[in-house]
Design a protein around this ligand. Sequence first.
Ligand code: SF4
Length: 312
Amino acid sequence: MYQHLFGPVPSRRLGMSLGVDLVTHKICSLDCIYCECGRTTELTVERKEYVPHDAVIKELDDYFKQNPDPDYITFSGSGEPTLSARIGDVIAWIKDKKPGVSIAVLTNGTLLCHKEVREALLPADLVMPSLDAALVSSFQKINRPCAKINLDHYIKGIADFQKAYTGKLALEILILPGVNDSREDLTALKQACDTILPDVIQLNTLDRPGAVSDISAATHEKLLEIQNFLGKDRVEIIAAAAQRRETKAYRNDMESAILETIHRRPCTPEDLASILGTHINDINKYLSVLEGEGTIESMRQDRGVFYQTCKK
Ligand code: SF4
């Protein structure tokens, strides 16, 4: 089993996507209240080699020798990938070895204010920074940032990147009712979008329980309202979990294994990843679908969020 690669996973947006995790769980510059990976344990903006570069390259090389090419190689995982000081080197290596495979970077975008981070991501085909708030109070509330992050620099960093970038920049905004959906919030977000000029804005909401319990998902009607406010021609609403079942990489055998396991006893995503020998992000995709269609339910306990089959 690989330590730094996961999947290919049935990505909601990228088809068959091989994940690359360049930081260890859970190192991030933000501690978002909706984070599916739980609380950030190391809140930092320090860039360094969190996992050995040579080990990542060795795994990628091995993967390519033994498997068909994925649609995308996606830098994501259980922390912020641009905290890795070697992300540019890994991207360059993939582009050299597999020029036909697209590269995506899912990032919170907070480090794009640094020139070396912007330059590292330029060869990627798709960069998806997130921006959930453009007002300091809401930013603090929803993203609980590292103290060294300045919101204006964060927004300017994404805008500066977009000016030089020739790939596709999709800005992701996650809406939590009562947290970042006030008229003031949406007006500030609209201004930030006008500054950044992303190729597309992807509107999203909570799929599953986040790091805190008293938050809820926005309704589809609310997302439609916000889509209209931000500009219908540039905003798309991310498909609901149930639609993800339609992606070609959705594996029914993995779904069955998850259901059989939690039918015997409730499990956390971490338990399932360990029992089934796959990455937590892979597990999370299936849990989203199953919870979205009402096959399983979640409950919060001291050790984390547990999943069990619904008792109908
Ligand atoms: S930026 Fe991503 S990984 Fe970091 S806390 Fe937020 S949702 Fe989690």
